[in-house]
Every structure is written in structure tokens, then in C-alpha cells.
Design a protein around this ligand. Structure first.
Ligand SMILES: Cc1cc2nc3c(=O)[nH]c(=O)nc-3n(C[C@H](O)[C@H](O)[C@H](O)COP(=O)(O)OP(=O)(O)OC[C@H]3O[C@@H](n4cnc5c(N)ncnc54)[C@H](O)[C@@H]3O)c2cc1C
Length: 261
């Protein structure tokens, strides 16, 4: 039976009012744009009543897509927008899979089913310890949310973002994440590029992989912070190993694997 939506009321708000205790929503795609080469951000209407913590993720389901494959019509994405922002944003590497072919061509205002939020990959409440974010590529999504929200809330936490990409062209949200330094004196951006000769953009920051030596250059006491890393399993494993061989206690390492990469 078709659902009737009164003028001025979105399907998303009606769905939420009908099921206030459920964590499933129908929302709409508002906008999408490239945020790096091969990486696209999608901005969806934030359903009224949806509350999440910076760092959490949701499941996104395409409704009756024109094509599908063995992986199905649902993907998990970390929420890249901060809770205070108007839209619900995600960002993803645009690989040639059925889900992403449909997502990148979906008409604006199309409905998308979402559920969540899920996960406990969120900033520690203890502001006396620095938080160090070790990030490669698309793993930036939960950290963009945490970093923007911390700036908005004037949090006292010292935050260090180590952000590794092959080239500046590949680094999603690069300028924005650098600019947050102007608004939050407790935040330090440390970008590093691993394949700079292939870049056409100027770069003044670090080069090469995130290593023990790079951490020591920027952090006086390596045992003081809580370390966070997210992204494809290979990147997360490499960062965990680097931290472990640097003598960091397992209890001080928090990870989120983007399974599917
Ligand atoms: C908690 C969580 C948070 C996540 N957050 C994000 C996020 O913020 N952004 C994000 O992009 N992803 C995120 N992911 C991963 C996301 O859910 C997808 O799995 C991922 O984007 C891959 O989807 P896909 O459609 O490209 O590939 P799928 O169709 O899901 O691919 C399935 C399998 O095929 C292989 N495959 C497909 N295409 C290729 C290719 N071109 N080259 C090599 N192998 C290939 C993959 O190895 C994979 O195992 C998250 C996952 C989890 C669990």
C-alpha cells in the first residue's frame, strides 16, 4: 500500500514518529560530491530524533536497486558528519561494485533505508590523556566526525591526527581537517604522503608511512595517549603492530576495521 506523506512532512520524520523506539529510518539523499580522487561523500537528510556519537557507524540499504550482487544491498559506513551538523554524511572509495554504481547515480531525494547507530568507537571521556588518531585513506570518516565535534564543543582533549595518503589528491577532507587547527588550539594535524612524486599539488607536510619515529617526533611521551585507528583491515593491523612494537599497552589502542576492503 502506498504511504501518503502530507505536504511539508518528510517520509523520514513520519517513519520516526510511527516507530520511536526503533533504530530504522527511511531517509533521502540530499547531495553527493567528490571529496578526493575516487572518493565521494553522500549527504542524507538526518531523521529527526536520530542521535549518535561521533565515531559511530550505521547500515545503509538501497531500496529496490536496479542491480545487485552477492554482497547484497546493504553496507556499513562510519558517520563522517559530526552530530552537530545538519546532514548525515558518509564517504567511500568509489570502487566498481553494484552497490556503489547504484549509490553514485541515485537521483537526489531518493529514499535510502538506514539503521543504527552502532559501535563504541568514540572519543574517551578522560580529557587528561591525549587522543592520537592514526589514519590511512578512507579510515578518516569517524575521525572527521570526532574532530569537528570536539572543536565545536571546545573539548579540552589534546588531539593529534596523523593522516596518511598516497598524494594530497587522494586525501578526503584534507583542507577542512587542516583548517580545524585555526579553531581548536588543542588539535594538531600531521599529514603525510607516501607517493608524493605522483602528485601535482604542493605539499609542505610529512612524507612516508606513519612510523614509530614519526610519532616520537610529535609526541613527547608515547605512553600518555590513547591511540585510535580505523580503516581497511590491512591498515589497522599495520598500525596496531607499529604501536605494539613501540611498547604501547594493548588497553590504550582502540580500533575499528572496515571489513569489506
Ligand atoms: C564498522 C564499519 C565501518 C565502515 N565504514 C566505512 C566508511 O566509512 N567508508 C567506506 O568506504 N567503507 C566503510 N566500511 C566498509 C564498507 O562497509 C564496505 O565494505 C566497503 O566500502 C566495500 O564495499 P564495496 O561495495 O566497494 O565492496 P563489496 O561489494 O562489499 O566487496 C566485497 C568483496 O569484494 C572485494 N572487492 C570488491 N571490489 C574490489 C576491488 N575493486 N578491488 C579489490 N577487491 C574488491 C573486496 O575485497 C570485498 O571483500 C565500513 C565497514 C564497517 C564494518
Amino acid at each position: 500500500m502506498p504511504t501518503l506523506v502530507p505536504a511539508g512532512r518528510s517520509q523520514a520524520s513520519l517513519w520516526f514518529q510511527a516507530c520511536p523506539t526503533m533504530t530504522k529510518y527511511i531517509t533521502r539523499l540530499n547531495e553527493r560530491r567528490d571529496v578526493a580522487e575516487g572518493t565521494m561523500a553522500f549527504f542524507l537528510e538526518k531523521p529527526p530524533g536520530l542521535q549518535f556519537k561521533a565515531g559511530q557507524y550505521m547500515n545503509f540499504t538501497l531500496i529496490d536497486p536496479p542491480e545487485t550482487d552477492a554482497e547484497g544491498n546493504t553496507r556499513s559506513f562510519s558517520i563522517a558528519s559530526a552530530p552537530f551538523e545538519a546532514d548525515l554524511a558518509v564517504a567511500t572509495r568509489m570502487r566498481d561494485t553494484a552497490f556503489k554504481r547504484v549509490f553514485r547515480t541515485l537521483s537526489l531525494k531518493s529514499e535510502v533505508r538506514i539503521s543504527g547507530p552502532f559501535g563504541s568507537f568514540t572519543l574517551q571521556s578522560d580529557a587528561s590523556r591525549p587522543a592520537v588518531f592514526l589514519v590511512g585513506g578512507i579510515g578518516i570518516t569517524p575521525f572527521r566526525s570526532m574532530i569537528l565535534q570536539a572543536a565545536k564543543d571546545n573539548l579540552a582533549h589534546k588531539l593529534y591526527l596523523f593522516y596518511s595518503n598516497r598524494r594530497p589528491e587522494d586525501a578526503a577532507f584534507l583542507d577542512e581537517l587542516q583548517n580545524v587547527e585555526k579553531h581548536n588550539p588543542n588539535y594538531k594535524f600531521i599529514g603525510t604522503m607516501t607517493d608524493l612524486p605522483k602528485s601535482k599539488r604542493p605539499w609542505q607536510g610529512e612524507t612516508g608511512y606513519i612510523t614509530h619515529e614519526m610519532l616520537r617526533k610529535w609526541i613527547r611521551d608515547l605512553n600518555a595517549p590513547i591511540y585510535y585507528t580505523a580503516g581497511p583491515p590491512g591498515m589497522v593491523a599495520a598500525m596496531r603492530q607499529m604501536l605494539t612494537t613501540s611498547g604501547i599497552d594493548d588497553d590504550d589502542i582502540r580500533t575499528e576495521e572496515f571489513t569489506g576492503y
